[in-house]
Design a binder for this molecule. Structure first.
Ligand SMILES: N[C@@H](CCC(=O)N[C@@H](CS)C(=O)NCC(=O)O)C(=O)O
Length: 246
């Protein structure tokens, strides 16, 4: 691995865990080099570097390989004195707990990709709604998770919220519509520059194409929408959240 940047992020164009690291790098204004790989055909050099065969990896000084998105985000925050986590041990522990919660949401989203039929899909949507209610009960009325300051908790959840407009249009699901604090928080996150820029401009089309190839309920909805043109990629691409302040 060569290059002038101190940090090289080994990535995949759609991976939500990669997005956490990119959001953190952008929030901290840290220069980095990004290498996207094909996870369906992992390069040998990647398999040699990645203990779990997963992205993201952060290669530091062309030498040390970090894996696991949250470890990467915390390291970047610490080494850049970013202030994206609380100093107080108890507050920091709470933040880490909610970051784990965000990871559980991402696991359910992966299951949603693969749910075989509408019943299995709806059960997972119900589970997400329950988790949304827990979040709502713990959110303060602020722009971000626990205050008006963006933190690593926000970086952990933002990639999950990015799925919602597409799932909503495909499955006609009104995620979290009865959870006002959560809905507003998601809008703030999806409007944040670091979050918008954590994926490329073709992300929505690429996600649609990725879903449409799956033998699953959501895959079927995506393929149907693509074939019928009822969800034109251009429309989804421009579907950015607008935050309305009250
Ligand atoms: N816990 C890991 C999860 C990373 C992960 O699941 N990455 C997926 C892509 S989104 C991956 O690399 N999958 C490849 C595989 O499992 O073979 C993290 O937070 O970094």
């Amino acid at each position: 691995m060569t290059g002038t940047a101190r940090f090289t992020l080994i990535s995949h164009i759609l991976c939500p865990y990669v997005q956490r690291a990119v959001i953190t790098l952008k929030e901290l204004s840290v220069p980095y080099k990004r290498i996207d790989i094909n996870l369906a055909d992992k390069p040998e050099w990647f398999l040699a570097l990645s203990p779990l065969g997963k992205v993201p990896l952060l290669v530091v000084d062309d030498e040390t390989v970090l894996f696991e998105s949250e470890v990467i985000c915390e390291y970047l925050n610490e080494v850049n004195r970013g202030g994206l986590l609380a100093e107080d041990p108890l507050e920091k522990a709470e933040q880490r707990a909610w970051i784990e919660f965000a990871s559980s949401i991402l696991c359910i989203i992966v299951k949603l990709y693969n749910a075989e039929d509408k019943t299995a899909f709806s059960q997972l949507v119900d589970k997400l709604e329950q988790m949304g209610q827990s979040l709502e009960d713990n959110l303060v009325q602020a722009e971000y998770f626990s205050s008006n300051e963006f933190s690593l908790v926000d970086a952990a959840f933002a990639p999950a919220f990015r799925y919602l407009p597409l799932f909503k249009s495909l499955g006609k699901i009104q995620f979290f519509h009865h959870l006002p604090k959560l809905a507003l928080w998601a809008q703030y996150l999806l409007s944040r520059t670091s979050v918008i820029e954590a994926v490329n401009e073709h992300y929505q089309q690429q996600l649609m194409a990725f879903l449409a190839k799956r033998e699953s309920y959501l895959g079927h909805l995506a393929a149907t929408a693509m074939n019928s043109g009822t969800v034109p990629p251009e429309k989804i691409n421009k579907d950015k959240a607008v935050v309305q302040r009250t």
